[in-house]
Design a protein around this ligand. Structure first.
Ligand code: NAD
Ligand code: MG
Length: 403
């Protein structure tokens, strides 16, 4: 009998997506749909979670048929249950249920919740046999040493999905780690790359989230406008690749084609290039160690024009300077930084704060909560308690700025 050649080389695997209704969640599901259209048996889904967009979650559940759908906001449970009645899909609600979804049997989990809210679910996903595709950078910034210790302890395969870290992962030669000079993260520069501080003072949420290259969730879009995103990514790179701050660089590259680079002692600089489309790094993580098809635009080297690189301007983008300082300080500083930033960005999006106030709030909270406190964070509870403290401090600081 002739051997049957499988139509796709993708192994079937059981997947859960934490943060399925977000931008990264949507790109992940788009890839899964793409592969399922060729092989309906590939990529079965165990769990999908979302925070509040219940109709969207129910729609995704009807389409992708997970075993479990979880809504974080418990007040929306009735709607989810009613929408999925008779489908055989289990439903649950609440923060604990999101965490429990991460504990369900799966061999590939996408951590795509935004903010420190994703920390507990991502930690729950760190179990032997799981490959964790990590998009949620805030959980690493907030609890880096604890997170990476758990990764090592559980023997988890951790694959970075953030495009810069995914690029570095692709060109990072573990056997030549000692020959690495530096990791160079590229930044698009965001929508205000050429704006003066005076122009930024009046920037609206609509202008801040209108990213020139990437289509992303609201919070990361504002972080890209302040360059806090690049600061969080420096900290993320420090933990992921175990590289000291002195070997981490940032270069502004407005075309967003070179996603990051690794510079070696022999003078070689290895870069990963692709169109700015998250389906490429997600496909890398989904297929790893194979490379699988992604329905992302192919790079046209002739059509793309010149690639340019410039220095990041710390004076116009103080959030980047604050993040760099917190990385150098270490300890509790990054935990406080990212918590304060989440509150300040949320207040800006609600028009309670101006764009330039974001860095003022973060700076004030860093001074009040961090200075002279040699606290070590030995448990996740320590991290979450400091996170709460920094958030309430940021709320106070935001209130004081508007009154
Ligand atoms: P998003 O706002 O579009 O989606 C966030 C998801 O998290 C949604 O599904 C939402 O329901 C869920 N969520 C929000 N609050 C929650 C809570 N308290 N509990 C449980 N679930 C909650 O965000 P995004 O742009 O997809 O980004 C997700 C993460 O990936 C962020 O950490 C971001 O920094 C990172 N990331 C995103 C991109 C991108 O292109 N969007 C690129 C690199 C990294
Ligand atoms: Mg990124």
């Amino acid at each position: 009998m002739a051997e049957v050649t499988p139509r796709v080389s993708v192994p079937p695997r059981r997947i859960s997506i934490l943060g399925a209704t977000g931008s990264v969640g949507a790109s992940t599901l788009d890839l899964i749909a793409h592969h399922r259209s060729r092989d309906s048996g590939c990529f079965e889904i165990e769990a999908l979670t979302a925070q509040s967009r219940v109709a969207e979650l129910a729609g995704l559940a009807m389409r992708f048929r997970p075993r479990l759908a979880v809504i974080g906001d418990p007040s929306r449970y009735g709607e989810l249950k009613a929408a999925l009645a008779g489908t055989g899909i289990e439903t649950a609600a609440g923060a604990m249920a999101v965490e429990e979804a991460a504990l369900r049997p799966a061999d590939w989990i996408m951590a795509a919740i935004v903010g420190t809210a994703g920390l507990r679910p991502a930690m729950a996903a760190l179990r032997p046999g799981v490959t964790l595709a990590l998009a949620n950078k805030e959980c690493l910034v907030s609890a880096g040493p604890l997170f990476m210790a758990r990764v090592a302890e559980a023997g988890v395969r951790l694959l970075p999905v953030d495009s810069e870290h995914n690029a570095i992962f692709q060109v990072f030669e573990p056997a030549n780690r000692a020959a690495i000079d530096r990791l160079i993260l590229t930044a698009s520069g965001g929508p205000f790359r050429t704006w003066t501080r005076e122009q930024m003072r009046a920037a609206t949420p609509e202008q801040a989230v209108a990213h020139p290259r990437w289509s992303m969730g609201m919070k990361i879009s504002v972080d890209s406008a302040t360059l806090m995103n690049k600061g969080l990514e420096l900290i993320e790179a420090h933990y992921l690749f175990d590289m000291p701050p002195s070997q981490l660089d940032i270069v502004v590259h407005p075309q967003s084609i070179v996603h990051s680079l690794v510079s070696y002692k022999d003078g070689s600089v290895l870069a990963q290039m692709a169109s700015p489309d998250m389906r490429t790094p997600i496909a890398y993580a989904l297929g790893y160690p194979q490379r699988i098809e992604a329905p992302a635009p192919r790079l046209d080297l002739i059509a793309m024009g010149a690639l340019t690189f410039e220095k990041a301007d710390l004076a116009r983008f103080p959030c980047l300077a604050l993040a760099e300082a917190s990385l150098k300080e270490g300890g509790i500083a990054p935990t406080v930084l990212t918590a304060a930033n989440e509150i300040a960005v949320a207040a800006f999006l609600k028009r309670r704060l101006g764009f330039l106030d974001i860095s003022h709030v973060v700076e004030e909270v860093m001074t009040r909560c961090v200075s002279g406190r040699p606290l070590t964070l030995t448990t996740i509870e320590d991290v979450l308690s400091l996170d709460r403290e920094a958030r309430s401090c940021a709320e106070e600081s935001a209130k004081a700025l508007v009154s």
